[in-house]
Design a binder for this molecule. Structure first.
Ligand code: CO
Length: 134
């Protein structure tokens, strides 16, 4: 069902400081910050030859990553995203298998303009998994 690792998302309390680390200490190519109001995050993409790292910081109130940062004030790995052919098919199959798909199973347009779903970490080795259309 899954293919490439599309990105690993890291929640950070200070987006500028995190961006500077990846750019200046690791020499990575980083994007300009991008606001994703529908997802309650501001994001910087760190472009690697084979995948991406997304640095996320809360945007606005009720950001879905605020609770994570409250528990992990220094930030940390928030989720991993794998590509799949059809997230809606994946959602139906996983739901049938007893895996909780967040948001009632409906896909939502993600940061790259493609449909995504998220799987409950309690059903997946304590890791929040995002699936995105390839
Ligand atoms: Co993501």
């Amino acid at each position: 069902m899954i293919g490439n690792l599309n990105h690993v998302a890291i929640a950070v309390p200070d987006l500028d400081a995190a961006t500077a680390k990846y750019r200046d200490q690791l020499g990575a190519k980083v994007s300009a910050p991008q606001d994703e109001p529908d997802h309650g995050v501001r994001v910087v993409f760190v472009e690697l030859p084979n995948t991406k790292i997304e640095l996320l910081t809360p945007l606005g109130e009720n950001s879905p990553i605020q609770a994570f940062l409250d528990k992990n004030p220094d930030g940390g790995i928030h989720h991993m995203c794998f590509e799949t052919d059809d997230v809606d098919n994946a959602s139906a199959k996983l739901t049938e298998d007893g895996i909780r798909v967040l948001g009632g199973g409906a896909s939502k347009i993600g940061a790259h303009g493609k449909p995504v779903i998220f799987l409950h970490p309690k059903d997946f080795c304590a890791t929040l998994i995002e699936l995105e259309n390839a």
